[in-house]
Ligand binder design. Structure first.
Ligand code: GSH
Length: 174
């Protein structure tokens, strides 16, 4: 019989020091894997199946077939990856990639591999972090998401799914 620790959504300690909830394509999860690797931390990844709606709770958009996973939305109420569980600190849960990165450097970067002692340099690190999480990341996400929705005036261009108009733009008389 399966125990609660066999359940991938149980935050109880498993074999590793950290659990990472992630996705095989979602870049926000890979940011956290990179940080774990750079800091030499011991973690286990659970790759969620977005198409099965494993990451969404009730009220999810209908394209996520069968979605009603309150187990994951108890971990991340925003129903997205990444989220981590820190089993070394009483199964403490953190979600949002920027918050996770700051949490990891605060507790697990004594050699300042990703963070800095210098306060001016800390500001520069935060500039790039905020730029990535508030601007670059969401725009790239939208460039994938909107073309993936049905749009009769859009066609997919290669793996990036960038769309272009099927008809030329109207000419403007000057
Ligand atoms: N602001 C969030 C964004 C997280 C995010 O958009 N994750 C994507 C994968 S990279 C996701 O879970 N997408 C599924 C969905 O939105 O339903 C963060 O930085 O953690």
């Amino acid at each position: 019989m399966a125990s609660s620790t066999d359940n991938k959504f149980s935050t109880a300690r498993k074999d590793k020091d950290f659990t990472l909830y992630t996705h095989d394509n979602g870049p926000n999860g890979w940011k956290i894997s990179h940080a774990f690797e750079e800091l030499g931390l011991d973690y286990e990844s659970h790759f969620l199946n977005f198409m099965a709606g494993e990451h969404k709770g009730a009220g999810t958009p209908p394209q996520f077939v069968g979605a009603d996973n309150e187990e994951y939305t108890k971990i991340n109420p925003n129903g997205r990856i990444p989220a981590i569980v820190d089993h070394k600190r009483n199964d403490f849960v953190v979600w949002e990639s920027g918050a996770i990165l700051l949490y990891l450097v605060k507790h697990y970067d004594p050699e300042y591999k990703l963070w800095s002692k210098d306060e001016d340099e800390q500001s520069h690190i935060l500039e790039w972090l905020f730029f990535q999480v508030s601007g670059f990341g969401p725009y790239i996400g939208q460039a994938f998401w909107y073309p993936s929705q049905r749009n009769s005036n859009a066609e997919s261009l290669g793996s990036l799914s960038i769309t272009r108009r099927k008809s030329p733009p109207p000419s403007i008389d000057m």
